[in-house]
Design a protein around this ligand. Structure first.
Ligand SMILES: NC(=O)c1ccc[n+]([C@@H]2O[C@H](COP(=O)([O-])OP(=O)(O)OC[C@H]3O[C@@H](n4cnc5c(N)ncnc54)[C@H](OP(=O)(O)O)[C@@H]3O)[C@@H](O)[C@H]2O)c1
Length: 272
């Protein structure tokens, strides 16, 4: 497959990391375009060989794929302002909370649309992105979308758009939950007499190591936890403290509430 010409509308954090990832994956710079009103964003990408402009229409014309990477609130205005979208141009939206039906309503009838939910580690190519396609997206276009989002890390496809709210609650907002736990562990380490620097290093390397253990092999996190909990030991005392405070239930509530908020935002951002 020849590399598609990909136009990014909005050249902020997410678009820049996808572009850097695509370049690292040997996508030719000549096949990359970006439109953004901010001169500094354009200059940074132009330095990588990407064709840039402040004119969205100019950049979109003739592109195979249009990646919408603006804030969700402006997506409707951006898409409805494009005068000549073609039926073979694949629209990929990474805008959190904007439903496919809204994106379709801002495009000509029959436009192929893929909606994605990436997460912040995408900035380091360590993200996970859930994707869903509308009926106009064929197998080849799915492959193209998958390849583009793989520039930010792993990809998973969901069959039902309602699952995107759950994805948003688990992996979209998820990095913040882990940062929250890390903050508390660093503070506890400092309270116990460690320097902030040492507490931070111990916490982060532990989180990283635990994530690697959970990712490798088939062992479930619950089993890994039991395996490192000796009866009468320090880990057991800590976990008993968490259980007494029903921390697991609070985490479940937090994730459920994030999903409810995602539904609210979908209603809000779905309006033009
Ligand atoms: N960052 C994340 O971790 C993350 C995770 C999941 C999903 N997302 C989604 O990714 C999208 C982009 O996020 P981001 O963090 O990359 O945002 P960002 O850094 O603010 O980038 C958006 C860029 O689009 C520009 N822009 C505004 N209006 C425009 C227009 N009409 N035409 C072209 N460009 C325009 C902005 O310029 P101004 O600064 O002048 O407005 C800005 O440079 C959002 O919809 C977000 O929901 C982000």
């Amino acid at each position: 497959m020849n590399p598609p010409t990909i136009c990014f509308i909005g050249a902020g954090n997410m678009a820049s990391s996808l572009i850097r990832g695509l370049l690292a994956d040997q996508h030719p710079p000549s096949g990359l375009r970006a439109a953004d009103p901010v001169p500094a964003q354009r200059e940074a990408l132009a330095a990588l060989g990407v064709t840039v402009s402040e004119d969205n229409t100019l950049m979109v014309r003739g592109a195979d794929v249009v990646v919408a990477a603006v804030k969700p609130q402006v997506l409707g205005q951006v898409l409805t302002a494009l005068p000549d979208l073609q039926p073979n141009q694949l629209i990929i939206s990474i805008c959190a909370g904007v439903p496919i039906a809204s994106i379709e309503s801002w495009c000509p009838a029959g436009q192929p649309v893929v909606r994605c939910m990436p997460n912040t580690p995408a900035l380091l190519r360590a993200g996970i992105t859930a994707l869903i396609a509308n009926a106009a997206v064929d197998a080849r276009a799915r492959e193209v979308a998958d390849r583009i989002l793989k520039a930010a890390g792993k990809t998973v496809w969901v069959a039902d758009e309602t699952q995107i709210d759950a994805v948003t609650a688990v992996s979209g907002s998820g990095p913040a939950y882990f940062f929250y736990v890390m903050e508390a562990m660093i503070k506890a380490g400092v309270d116990l007499g460690l320097t902030h620097e040492l507490a931070r290093e111990l916490t982060i390397e532990t989180a990283y190591g635990a994530a690697l253990m959970a990712r490798e092999g088939d062992t479930q996190p619950a089993t890994l936890r039991v395996n490192v909990t000796s009866p009468g030991g320090t880990t057991e005392r800590a976990l008993n403290t968490l259980a007494a405070a029903d921390v697991a239930r609070h985490i479940e509530d937090a994730v459920r509430n994030a999903a409810l908020r995602a539904q609210e935002l979908a209603r809000e951002f779905g309006q033009p």
